[in-house]
Write a protein that binds this ligand. Structure first.
Ligand SMILES: *Cc1c(COP(=O)(O)O)cnc(C)c1O
Length: 379
């Protein structure tokens, strides 16, 4: 059966050469804009492409403002800062996520709490979140207090795994009841919608990534989206060293970050954004081919959840057990088809071993079975 899968993937990508998991495509105006950017000499943090990208990205996802950052981790970090996450706070997230989510929480001096994911969405489970809060939290003076630690649970960061939207409106409703700020890690979900609203737009702020393996890329890059003018201004301010605008004086009114996206990267990104709808259509086509193929050989292919449109960033299948998963990873990677297991759950990593966890049985189940398969846009 594994041989059949490898052959199918080789046929689908029309090659017998090595097939990576997700490679970028530069088939639009990338070189043109990069040349223009170099000719203008504005290659660094000030420049027309940064402004243009921010306007066009906001328009694309339907948010009022977008603030470009040097990468997705920086976008997440600043989003947490904007929501007031600080030293000794606690932040709820899911154990199955990329390390960046937990790193950003840690940069604030806060500690993650791990709550289980849904089997259908692979993202944070509203049921598990409810159970965790009912058992562990109480509201005091409009703040959510963890009864076990006495600390404030300031924020919740759900993540849309592989671009499949989690049940974000239910999560939002729970966060509202408990006075918890919702910050979406939408790093993987550009082009993914929940009930017709773009992911990343359900909380006050959301963060996206444009790393080399994402749907569109600037080499490295990220963006914060918000509808709140004051938050947008503050995001711009603290990502640009908190410099008070002045013709020649250097006055900074707080400790800011140098998290600006260089204009050079923004030039690449403007060209990539022009192509995103074509990329998404192409990826949907690939997902459909996978779905049909895997149903014909009785392997479970992860489909977009109910009420959602997924960007199918990384396609995934579910194998029967951990032994099957490991055999599959062994065979495919030895035969030139790159595949990868889902992440090691964050609560098992050394740095997060002491973090509080809810019941994580879905995460454990999925970690033993989920594998990503090649998902690049086919040319
Ligand atoms: C890619 C990604 C990020 C951001 O990563 P950067 O490399 O810093 O852009 C954050 N969270 C998740 C879940 C991601 O997949």
């Amino acid at each position: 059966m594994y041989e059949k899968i490898v052959t199918f993937i080789q046929d689908t990508f029309a090659t017998k050469n090595f097939i990576p998991l997700h490679e970028p495509r530069f088939i639009g105006n990338e070189k043109k804009y990069l040349n223009e950017c170099i000719d203008s000499t504005f290659v660094s943090s000030v420049g027309a492409y940064v402004d243009r990208f921010e306007k066009e990205f906001a328009l694309h996802v339907g948010s009022k403002y977008a603030i470009a950052t040097v990468n997705g981790t920086a976008a997440l970090h600043v989003s947490l800062v904007l929501m007031g996450v600080e030293k000794d706070d606690e932040v709820i997230t899911q154990p199955l996520t990329f390390i960046a989510t937990c790193n950003a929480i840690t940069y604030c001096g806060a500690k993650p709490i791990f709550v289980d994911v849904d089997k259908e969405t692979l993202g944070l489970s509203p049921e598990a979140l409810n159970i965790f809060l009912d058992e562990n939290a109480e509201i005091k003076e409009n703040r959510c207090i963890n009864k076990r630690t006495g600390k404030v649970i300031k924020a919740c960061v759900p993540m849309h795994t592989f671009g499949h939207p989690c049940k974000i409106d239910e999560i939002k409703a729970i966060c509202d009841i408990w006075h918890i700020s919702l910050i979406e890690d939408a790093a993987e979900s550009l082009g993914s919608y929940y009930k017709s609203k773009h992911t990343g737009r359900f909380g006050k702020v959301g963060a996206f990534s444009f790393n080399g393996n994402k749907i569109i890329t600037s080499g490295g890059g990220g963006v914060i989206v918000t509808d709140d003018e004051a938050l947008a201004k503050r995001a711009k301010h603290i990502t640009t060293t908190a410099k008070v605008p002045h013709k020649w004086e250097f006055v900074h009114d707080e400790v800011g970050f140098n998290y600006r996206l260089p204009n050079l990267n923004a030039a690449l990104l403007v060209a990539q954004l022009e192509q995103v709808n074509g990329f998404l259509k192409n990826k949907r086509g690939l997902a459909k081919m996978y779905e049909d193929f895997f149903s014909s050989i009785d392997v479970m292919f992860i489909k977009e959840p109910k009420d959602a449109i997924s960007n199918y960033w990384l396609n995934a299948i579910m194998l029967d057990n951990k032994e099957q998963r490991d055999l599959f990873l062994e065979y495919t990677n030895a035969n030139g088809v790159m595949t990868r297991p889902i992440w090691t759950p964050m609560n098992r990593l050394e740095m997060f071993k002491t973090c509080q966890c809810g019941d994580l049985s879905n995460a454990v189940y999925l970690e033993e079975r989920i594998v990503n398969i090649p998902s690049s846009v086919r040319v």
